[in-house]
Design a binder for this molecule. Structure first.
Ligand code: SF4
Ligand code: FES
Length: 237
């Protein structure tokens, strides 16, 4: 059995290693599939649904679906992009995201996706939830207003024994992600910065380091999200 599989994305022939997740296989073929909860190097969670594509006509999450021979993938159709835009709008109205006042502006994946999918004003009512900003940890500020519960920090930021330094607290509608009270001391300066970088929004901010790079000169201020993938040389064989 060949280690490679052939498939199409929006009608274009692609090739990737057998078993690769669709989102990674697409990237290697110069195709951007948006992600939020997914993060390289950790097991996909498949919770945000922003990476939804149609595989042989069926809606599936590209971050959890391994590529297979002959797959026919729809990524850029009007209905899929409409679905993605709705998810972005729902994330905006469900929390309190005031981009101009956020230290992550220009580096925020949610904001960058909103621009990519041309979100103007969300079509859903704003919830304006009453959430806390927790500055009790000596290294970080945890702003629950902006947390989209993607679990990236929980899965990526671990101590030397592999224990997650971030954890869920409370349940259902009140659930929030916090620094685990027992492991808070393990959040070193480097890990605090990594946590801020791993968070796709501005929910984890390193204290006393704000606005080093001026707004307007940050990652997605300069290049739209996904353009690095779309502009790269295709690796199709
Ligand atoms: S703090 Fe950031 S990385 Fe952690 S769950 Fe919330 S949005 Fe995701
Ligand atoms: S990135 Fe695939 S479900 Fe979130």
């Amino acid at each position: 059995m060949s280690q490679f599989v052939r498939f199409t994305i929006d009608g274009t022939e692609c090739m990737a290693s057998r078993g690769q997740y669709l989102v990674d296989a697409a990237r290697e073929n110069g195709v951007f599939i948006p992600t939020l909860c997914n993060y390289p190097g950790v097991k996909p969670k498949g919770s945000c649904r922003i990476c939804t594509v149609k595989v042989n006509g069926k809606l599936m999450t590209a971050c959890t679906t391994p590529v297979a021979e002959g797959m026919n993938i729809e990524n850029e159709s009007a209905d899929i992009n409409e679905l993605r835009k709705s998810i972005i709008e729902l994330l905006f109205v469900e929390g309190n995201h005031f981009c101009p006042a956020c230290e992550k502006s220009g580096n925020c994946e949610l904001q960058a996706l909103a621009y990519r999918f041309r979100m103007m004003v969300p079509r859903f009512p704003f919830q304006f939830p009453n959430r806390a900003v927790d500055a009790s940890h000596p290294r970080i500020i945890k702003d629950h207003n902006r947390c989209i519960l993607c679990k990236r920090c929980i899965r990526v930021i671990t101590d030397e024994s592999g224990r997650s330094i971030f954890a869920y607290r409370k349940r259902s509608a009140s659930v929030e992600v916090v620094v685990d009270p027992k492991l808070g001391k393990q959040l070193t300066e480097d890990l605090a910065q990594k946590a801020m970088d791993v968070c796709p929004v501005g929910s984890i901010l390193v204290k006393e380091k704000g606005f080093h790079v001026p707004i307007g000169e940050r990652k997605y201020d300069k290049v739209p999200i996904g353009s690095d993938i779309e502009n790269m040389q295709s690796t199709k064989i």
